[in-house]
Design a protein around this ligand. Structure first.
Ligand SMILES: *Cc1c(COP(=O)(O)O)cnc(C)c1O
Length: 395
């Protein structure tokens, strides 16, 4: 393992998979594991979804890539779908969440620039946020652990405590361009933000001529039981990012905006070689078509509620190990008392996958197609994992 030709940036679990179907993954040594990690909230429709496999192979036989030098009907179709289903009027396609956020930052600054406020470049973000791993999105993330040793941190990002309106007001200066927030912090540990706080930010942004940016890379595409999480609050952003679940495993990111917010993004101001190619957009459109259906979103909400209820009972039974269930839809976390890494390992031992997050939280984020029987199975395995930890615990 220590002779790996790969960068050592990931602490990988000692398991690898050869195939997947729905919520299940098969390892190279024949174990069947229940996937409540979804490749970190990516496999929205699970593994090897027949419709997506068909769309992907059909498009693969036709056309993969042409570049953005030409019109791409698949891209226009996906953009139309997204705009029809949201507040947005304009979309830029990229290949990842970080790139989508990078586009959101550029769009916000450029809006101020063409609106006669070139001095407004600052973006206010929140402690515990995660916006990506490029240099600018790391500066927005603001976690010193991720920034150490990577040279000068790009300027123009100010972090304030989540939910603290006074701190936001105090951080705003004549040079502020925008406020950027995840409607629910994902990597930070499924930290919920009140609708009230989002409404206050909207009001503040409107009053001061700032743009409001929602990073929905993790919360979007049905994860919380609405197509996008902002719908829960009724607060509409000016700019919004999407990625993770939008391709259900095919790399794709998007930055959505109102026409007004995107007015500075004129020809030549931004670009991407791969972003929004026919292959990615054909898959993305198939995903969005399926997820945006009201019955599908209703399924996510009812499965989410069921998972939360079942988990709450398990948490009650293990008060020495776990403390709280939180989240919306199928974007659920359990805050642990024992180290989350131990819980994740114990779950793996029961052939159940989850994902660790901040605040010592284990995320249970299954594919959105998860069934009630699979939730019962997962909760049973989670309970057994905790029971095993309990016996292993000294004293
Ligand atoms: C995962 C994530 C990102 C970064 O996405 P990548 O595809 O890894 O670049 C950005 N913002 C949020 C909210 C995320 O959860």
């Amino acid at each position: 393992m220590d002779r790996s030709p790969l960068y050592d940036t990931f602490a990988r679990a000692p398991v690898s998979f050869v195939r997947g179907e729905g919520c299940w993954l098969e390892t190279d040594d024949g174990r069947r594991m229940l996937d409540f990690s979804s490749g970190v909230a990516v496999n929205s429709l699970g593994h090897a979804h027949p419709k997506l496999a068909a769309v992907l192979s059909e498009q693969a036989g036709k056309l993969w890539h042409v570049s953005n030098l030409y019109r791409i009907p698949e891209q226009e179709r996906l953009a139309r779908l997204l705009c029809d289903a949201t507040f947005a009027e304009k979309v830029f396609f990229a290949n990842s969440g970080a790139e989508a956020v990078e586009c959101a930052i550029k769009t916000a600054r450029r809006y101020q620039f063409v609106s006669g406020h070139p001095e407004r470049t600052g973006i206010i973000t929140f402690a515990g946020a995660f916006h990506g791993r490029t240099l600018a999105t790391l500066a927005a993330t603001g976690n010193p652990k991720y920034l150490e040793g990577f040279g000068p941190t790009p300027e123009g990002f100010d972090q304030v405590p989540l939910g603290d309106l006074k701190a936001v007001e105090a951080a705003i200066t004549a040079e502020t361009a925008a406020i950027m927030i995840e409607p629910i912090q994902g990597e930070g540990g499924i930290r919920l933000v009140s609708g009230r706080f989002l409404r206050d930010l909207r009001e503040l942004a409107d009053r001061l001529g700032l743009l409001l940016v929602f990073d929905e890379v993790q919360t979007g595409i049905g994860r919380t039981g609405k197509l996008f999480a902002y719908e829960w609050s009724g607060v509409t952003p000016d700019i919004m990012t999407s990625a993770k679940g939008i391709g259900s495993g095919f790399p794709l990111g998007a930055c959505l905006a109102t026409a007004e917010a995107a007015k500075g993004m004129t020809p030549g101001t931004h670009g991407s070689t791969f972003g929004g190619n026919p292959l990615a957009c054909a898959v993305g459109a198939a995903v969005v078509e399926i997820v945006k259906a009201p019955e599908f979103l209703e399924h996510v909400r009812s499965m989410g509620l069921y998972l939360k209820q079942q988990l709450a009972a398990v948490v009650d039974d293990h008060p020495d190990l776990v403390a709280e269930v939180r989240g919306e839809g199928l974007h659920i976390g359990v805050r642990c008392i024992v180290p989350v890494g131990d819980v994740a390992a114990a779950m793996r031992y029961q052939d159940l996958l989850g994902v660790a997050a901040g605040e010592n939280v284990i995320r249970l984020i299954p594919p959105l197609i998860v069934t009630r029987a699979e939730i019962d199975e997962a909760v049973g395995r989670f309970d057994r994992a905790l029971a095993a930890l309990s016996t292993a615990k000294p004293g």
